[in-house]
Design a protein around this ligand. Structure first.
Ligand SMILES: [Mg+2]
Length: 237
């Protein structure tokens, strides 16, 4: 298996959800609740990817923006054929359930804290780039004692365009004064792969469960690994 030679790199940028923080369980439970409550004829595992994107998009929008964009946002396959108001009701219920489960059911991926510590010990700079609020990322890092390892946290409030725009990655490299060839970005969604590719950095994708491997491969990440265990092996630390 391919290995990353860390001596070539000066900085590593991590996406939060799906790379460090595992929110799959919370999403799955929210979907199960919605499917049951609204007697939807869908299989949870088939709609997870679409929903993960929807949740990622919605959670950083202020309410007026959600409402203004709700028609487009709700053009998701699993709600196809339902009236607009039914879609809205299901989406709101789902999102509330997700928020309810998120804190209680979510944790960091096994071994990711050690990987972060080992990279930090090699004197590389570390950053978080999330489409969520930076405060959210700060809270998760704090909860799992990871705060001191991260030099920079960029959330949706710190950029004019969120991922798939490369803006956040460019901003971090600019701050660190390092080149794309010296930078690795690790993400789990197609939006991450697109952002990393546009920024010309080494794009490492971890197929941690929400996005399908084939979909991710279609966006041509430089490296794709199946899970956290493989991600750790990739760095050989
Ligand atoms: Mg993610």
């Amino acid at each position: 298996m391919e290995k990353i030679n860390l001596e070539k790199y000066k900085g590593i940028i991590f996406d939060m959800d799906g790379v460090i923080y595992n929110i799959s369980e919370a999403i799955e439970k929210a979907v199960d609740d919605s499917v049951e409550k609204y007697k939807m004829n869908v299989k949870t595992e088939e709609i997870l990817e679409e929903l993960a994107h929807l949740i990622e998009e919605i959670q950083n929008f202020p309410v007026p923006k959600i409402l203004l964009n709700s028609y487009d946002l709700l053009e998701v396959k699993f709600l196809e054929g339902l009236s607009y108001f039914k879609k809205l009701r299901i989406a709101i219920f789902l999102f509330n359930q997700f928020n309810k489960y998120k804190d209680a059911e979510s944790s960091i991926y096994k071994g990711i804290d050690e990987l972060i510590r080992n990279i930090y010990d090699k004197k590389l700079k570390l950053a978080i780039l999330t489409n969520n609020k930076s405060q959210y990322a700060e809270d998760v890092l704090e909860k799992f004692n990871l705060t001191k390892f991260f030099d920079t946290i960029i959330g949706f409030n710190e950029v004019s365009e969120v991922k798939p725009s490369p803006e956040g990655i460019l901003k971090i490299m600019n701050k660190w004064k390092i080149k794309p060839s010296e930078t690795i970005f690790i993400g789990d969604m197609t939006t991450d792969v697109d952002a990393g590719k546009s920024a010309n950095v080494k794009m490492v994708c971890v197929a941690s469960g929400l996005a399908k491997k084939e979909t991710l491969l279609g966006h041509n990440p430089d490296i794709l690994v199946d899970n956290t265990e493989q991600l750790i092996k990739l760095f050989g630390l």
